[in-house]
Design a protein around this ligand. Structure first.
Ligand code: ADP
Ligand code: MG
Length: 264
């Protein structure tokens, strides 16, 4: 189901028109949303989730495929074109993973969900650090496993074409793979983040300021190189984290960074 969303600008916190007055996002694109705390990132996500029609505090208007969404698109929970993954999401259901996926498949009108369930499990296990099994009880999953399962489920069983992700920094999943999986399935992914590495995973980024969309930046070649270096830093931090967790001591050598010549 291919979709575009258009965000028509409203007002910033001072009541002035926000600098970006129209932004169209296509199926398969990843946008990150960046800005200081209080700059309006979550509000933008919320406007999209509610499909605001000049009726929220920002007065933005959201179009789906160039049109105002009709009543059922906006309010019918079965239609659900926007899926929102938030930071503190966890399952509260005492149910096995497989049974849950079956049930979810049924709710979505999928008759034979066995092969899809296999696909969800496979994806979840490429994203999560610790394996997720079909017989695991949902409430026993860790934060990382839960999020991996939700993302795999969104990519496969849910047909929501728009995915909003608000700050999943330390979720314990392979975030790059998660983004690639969702974008590869033709989803629109909007990702709020303070993490520079995650911000650079977007094709473009929306810079929020004072409640308004202030700039739209496209990832440059220079930034792709910077991203490569940042990945190296991040790995170093993870190494340090692991060493410390294991009760080992850190050496300066562990943290000396990749040489310039390894830059491609
Ligand atoms: N354009 C705006 N006009 C008025 N209030 C806004 C606007 N954008 C955001 N706000 C409000 O400002 C506060 C902080 O915004 P929020 O989206 O939570 O920031 P962030 O997620 O970047 O930390 C919230 O109460 C939000 O509703
Ligand atoms: Mg926020």
């Amino acid at each position: 189901m291919s979709k575009t969303i258009t965000i028509l600008g409203g007002k910033d916190k001072t009541g002035r028109p926000e600098p970006i007055d129209s932004l169209q996002i296509e199926s398969g694109q990843i946008y990150s949303i960046v800005g200081f705390t209080g700059s309006g990132k979550s509000q933008l996500i919320s406007d999209i989730e509610q499909m605001a029609q000049r009726d929220t505090i920002t007065e933005r208007k959201i179009l789906i495929n160039g049109q105002s969404p009709d009543y059922s698109t906006r309010y019918d929970p079965d239609v659900k074109i926007v899926a929102h993954l938030s930071q503190n999401m966890n399952f509260t259901l005492e149910m096995g993973v497989k049974d849950f996926l079956h049930l979810h498949g049924e709710c979505r009108g999928i008759k034979k969900s066995d092969s899809l369930i296999g696909e969800v499990m496979e994806y979840a296990n490429t994203l999560a650090g610790e394996p997720v099994r079909e017989d695991d009880i949902l409430t026993s999953l860790s934060g990382g496993q839960s999020r991996a399962l939700m993302i795999a489920d969104i990519a496969t069983i849910s047909n929501s074409p728009i995915i909003l992700i608000d700050e999943v920094e330390n979720a314990g999943i392979d975030r790059r793979k998660a983004m690639d999986l969702l974008a590869g399935k033709g989803k629109i992914v909007l990702l709020v983040t303070h993490d520079p590495l995650l911000a650079l995973m977007g094709d473009r980024r929306i810079v929020m300021q004072n409640g308004g969309m202030n700039q739209i930046l496209t990832l440059t070649d220079e930034e792709r190189k910077a991203e490569y270096l940042l990945e190296g830093f991040t790995e170093k931090i993870l190494t340090a984290q692991n060493r410390i967790r294991c009760g080992e001591s850190l050496s300066v050598e562990d943290l000396i960074y990749i040489q310039e010549e390894s830059l491609c």
